[in-house]
Design a protein around this ligand. Sequence first.
Ligand code: ZN
Length: 304
Amino acid sequence: MDVLKTRNRSQLLEGLDILNSRMKLSTDVDNYYRALKAGFEGELAFDQMFSEGVTSGGIVLNDLLLSVNGSTIQIDSLILAPDIIYLFEIKNYRGNYRYDNDHYRKTNGYDILNPKNQLNKTLTLLSQLLKQWKVATPLKGAVVFVHQTFTLYEAQPDEQVVLPSQLISHLKLLNSQHNKVPQQVRSLANRLIEHHRDEVPYQKQLPDFHWDKLKKGLTCGSCKSFDLKLNQRSCVCLNCERATSRKNCLIENINNLILLYPDKKVTTSLVYEWIGERIYKRSISIVLEESFIKEGAGRGRYYR
Ligand SMILES: [Zn+2]
């Protein structure tokens, strides 16, 4: 299938990642951050299984945010096959749950609302939109649980709930005889992408943070560890063993600074402080000149 809209790590998640390494998150924010991270990992796991299991023609749109009649719907994965439209709501819950009175109850007492309710709300709104656009292709959907440890006891078989052990065979059902994607499916995919709206700016969703309270230093672009071994040209993370060039590591850290402070004027001195003075100002200047856009001149010069 053609993935026409890819899934990206959100700037919100990236921002929380940076903050998590440089300050102590409150319990609420930390829980939110972990859930967001686990959700994204689950979506990537689904994408992997999907690409291995489904081989026939169709179009995949990931992470769609649509406005329908004043409501907003968020779609994890939408599959436009020649004869069906399929919507997947991806969940990365772990551990044992028991189905009880429209809730998923965890053994420790913690429980969540049946995710099927959200799915059906999304399906209703999406079908309204398709009807307005005069699209008659049938629409179906399922909540898919991707984490291998997830178990749901006392649940009746339900075609809208796909458990980890059923996922591969469920995805194979999507394989049809059609390999060619009709033009009208392609047009619908493009129309949905045009209809996709931007998310709430990530800056508004990040918790409060203050420059003086953030830990300064050079971090790994991947795991955000401060435990880096810097050589003349290379930078090796002693935590995740990722190796990159010293220049690339510096660029990543400057980008992190810009992500958290999009309005701050980035100067050599500011970066020098941000990275805990681990790289000489002269080298920082060179990287800013080479890889960022210069604004202003003289003492008022800054980069973006
Ligand atoms: Zn690392």
